[in-house]
Design a protein around this ligand. Structure first.
Ligand code: CO8
Length: 270
């Protein structure tokens, strides 16, 4: 049981690795994932994060039902809080994130993918929020993040019925950005991560911080935030290099940059 972390060329690859339970999250697995997210958050070398599941059957089959079965209300609350810390920890990472969904993304597994900025799917992927069939509502963010992606009516249907959504439908309803043959998913995710990592990390962090307010506030407040991020980018080394490279007709080279400042921190509450 593990969460594997590999960092290559400024991309962190997180692999949920508990294949004997289709990568379902028990407490130990969740604590490892949370620790990995905290480590990546403070790592300025990392410019993009890819999350995937070990094996070819499952991204994550949700929270561990066997562990949850005997929980009291108090234990359920602690378990739910840990799940929230993880999904929020992923959503609030300053770096852009990609979920590469390589099979089942059920319950908390789907909710983890929902907390990523971008979702790519294998053609074998299946999504579901089956919690109501277990006697609980979704507890790791689907009630908030799913309606924002698919619209409220469809999210309500998926949550109230728990029905499964295959990769083709997921693409149609905006749940995922793209679908690939299963054998090509990881390569496609890494290629996109490489493109993201080659762009200005400072600008990407600023864009992410601005986008975080897109749905959590009024359009006017969101636009204010966008303007603040836009203005704060001017005068930075990345802005100078990016624009100079364009003028000089060459590819920009974005260095690691100065230490992070306030503008790089994604605000809580996403
Ligand atoms: N928890 C624990 N073990 C699991 C889970 C899970 N979520 N999913 C699969 N497993 C285990 C199985 O028990 C089995 O183990 P064993 O061989 O020891 O019996 C092994 O993984 C393989 O699974 P299956 O034999 O069932 O494989 P199938 O190919 O037949 O089926 C499915 C695959 C369809 C994915 C099926 O395993 C399944 O339906 N799993 C449960 C999916 C589910 O309902 N997930 C949602 C869980 S609830 C949740 O995530 C809520 C989060 C919020 C909680 C808030 C708390 C307050």
């Amino acid at each position: 049981m593990a969460v594997d972390v590999e960092i290559a060329s400024a991309v962190a690859i997180l692999t949920l690795n508990r294949p004997e339970a289709l990568n379902a999250f028990n407490t130990a697995q969740m604590e490892r994932l949370l620790a990995a997210l905290r480590e990546i958050r403070g790592n300025d070398v990392v410019r993009c994060v890819v999350v995937s599941g070990a094996g070819d059957r499952s991204f994550a089959a949700g929270a561990d039902i066997k562990e949850m079965a005997g929980m009291s209300q108090y234990e359920g609350l602690a378990f739910g809080r840990l799940g929230h810390a993880i999904t929020k920890g992923l959503a609030d990472l300053p770096q852009p994130t990609i979920a590469a969904v390589n099979g089942f993304a059920f319950g908390g597994g789907c909710e983890l993918a929902l907390a990523a900025d971008i979702r790519l799917a294998a053609d074998t992927a299946l999504f579901a929020q089956p919690e109501v069939s277990l006697g609980i509502p979704p507890g790791w963010g689907a009630t908030q993040r799913l309606p924002r992606l698919t619209g409220p009516g469809l999210a309500a249907e998926l949550i109230f019925t728990g029905r499964r959504v295959d990769a083709a439908e997921a693409l149609r309803i905006g749940l995922v950005n793209a679908v690939y043959p299963a054998a090509e998913l990881q390569e496609a995710a890494l290629a996109m991560a490489g493109t993201i990592a080659a762009a200005s990390p400072r600008a990407n962090r600023a864009a992410k911080q601005a986008m975080a307010t897109a749905f959590g506030s009024s359009v006017a407040a969101g636009l204010d935030s966008e303007l603040a991020m836009f203005a704060a980018s001017f005068g930075t080394a990345d802005q100078r290099e990016g624009m100079r490279a364009f003028v000089e007709k060459r590819k920009p080279s974005f260095a690691r940059g100065e230490p992070l400042t306030g503008q790089d921190r994604t605000p809580p509450g996403r």
